[in-house]
Write a protein that binds this ligand. Structure first.
Ligand code: APR
Length: 249
C-alpha cells in the first residue's frame, strides 16, 4: 500500500531519523562508500576506533580533518532543508541523526539529537576535556594526509574527534530522548540509513512497536515488512520536497 503524504500534515509528533544518505546529495560520502587515498586499505570500522587512534593518531586525525574539510565545503541539500521546513509545519518534530556533520543545523534544524557525536566537538583522548571552540581547519586539511592531532591545553594529551567510535557508548541523554520520542510519535521517517549499526538501528522498530507508521526513504530501500511500514525508493533530496508539496500544497 502506498504511503499517503497527507499523514505528514495530520501527524501530532513526527520523528525524523537520518543516516549518511541524507548528506549524500551534499557530496558527503556515506559511511559505507568505498574509502580512497591513504585510507583505501582500511576498513572504516578500524579507523573509527580508539585502538586505531592509539595505533596511529596522525592517520586517524588526518582522516577526520579531511572529512571535516569536506563538510565545511558542502552545503545542506534539499533533504536537509525539507526536514527543517517540516519542523515548522507540524506540532512536534524530533530530529535524530547518526551523522556527525552539521548540515541539519546549517539547514535551520534545532535541537538535533546526534547519536554518534559531532565532528566539530573535539575533546582530549586522555582527560576528555572538550577542546572548547571549534578548531580552525589546518592548512591542507582536505588533502587527505596524516595530521598530528593538537594537544590538550589541560593535560597535553592528543585531541580526538568528538564522534562515537565502534565499541564506545552512545551519548546517554541523546539516546534516551530518541527512544522516548520514537515511543511517542505517530509517524517516523527513516531517511538514508542502512540500519545496520546498533543501538541506533533499533529506533524505527521502537516507533513501529508503539503503533506509529514508519516510512523508509532510500534508493536501496528494502520491502517494508509490516502493515504500518512503508518504503519509498529514491533520493531524499528529491522525495522529501515532493512529500512536503503533496502534504501541504
Ligand atoms: N538519499 C537517501 N538515501 C541514500 C542516498 C540518498 N541520496 N544515497 C545513499 N543513501 C542510502 C544508502 O542506500 C545507504 O542505505 O544511505 C544509506 C547509508 O548507509 P551507511 O553508509 O551505512 O550510513 P549510516 O546508515 O548512516 O551508518 C550508520 O554506522 O558506520 C557507522 O557511525 C557510522 O553513523 C554511521 C552509522
Amino acid at each position: 500500500m502506498r504511503f499517503n503524504p497527507r499523514l505528514l500534515a495530520s501527524a501530532r509528533h513526527i520523528v525524523v531519523f537520518t543516516g549518511a544518505g541524507v548528506s549524500a546529495e551534499s557530496g558527503i560520502a556515506t559511511f559505507r562508500d568505498k574509502l580512497t587515498g591513504l585510507w583505501e586499505r582500511f576498513d572504516p570500522a578500524e579507523l573509527a576506533s580508539a585502538e586505531g587512534f592509539r595505533r596511529d593518531p596522525a592517520l586517524i586525525w588526518g582522516w577526520y580533518e579531511m572529512r571535516r574539510a569536506g563538510i565545511a565545503q558542502a552545503q545542506p541539500n534539499p533533504a536537509h532543508l525539507a526536514i527543517a521546513e517540516l519542523a515548522q509545519r507540524v506540532p512536534k518534530l524530533t530530529l535524530v541523526t547518526q551523522n556527525v556533520d552539521d548540515l541539519h543545523e546549517r539547514a535551520g534544524s534545532a535541537d538535533v539529537l546526534h547519536l554518534h557525536g559531532q565532528l566539530d566537538a573535539a575533546r582530549c583522548f586522555d582527560c576528555a576535556r572538550p577542546a572548547g571552540a571549534v578548531l580552525e581547519l589546518p592548512e591542507g586539511a582536505g588533502d587527505g594526509k596524516r595530521i598530528e592531532p593538537p594537544l590538550c591545553s589541560a593535560c597535553g594529551g592528543p585531541l580526538r574527534p568528538g564522534v562515537v567510535w565502534f565499541g564506545e557508548n552512545l551519548p546517554e541523554q541523546a539516546l534516551s530522548q530518541a527512544f522516548l520520542a520514537a515511543a511517542d510519535c505517530d509517524l517516523l521517517l527513516s531517511i538514508g540509513t542502512s540500519g545496520v549499526v546498533q543501538p541506533a538501528a533499533m529506533i524505527p522498530g521502537v516507533a513501529l512497536e508503539a503503533g506509529a507508521r514508519v516510512v523508509h526513504i532510500n534508493p536501496q530501500v528494502t520491502g517494508a515488512g509490516h502493515a504500518r511500514e512503508f518504503a519509498l525508493a529514491g533520493k531524499a533530496g528529491e522525495l522529501l520536497p515532493q512529500l512536503l508539496r503533496e502534504a501541504f500544497g
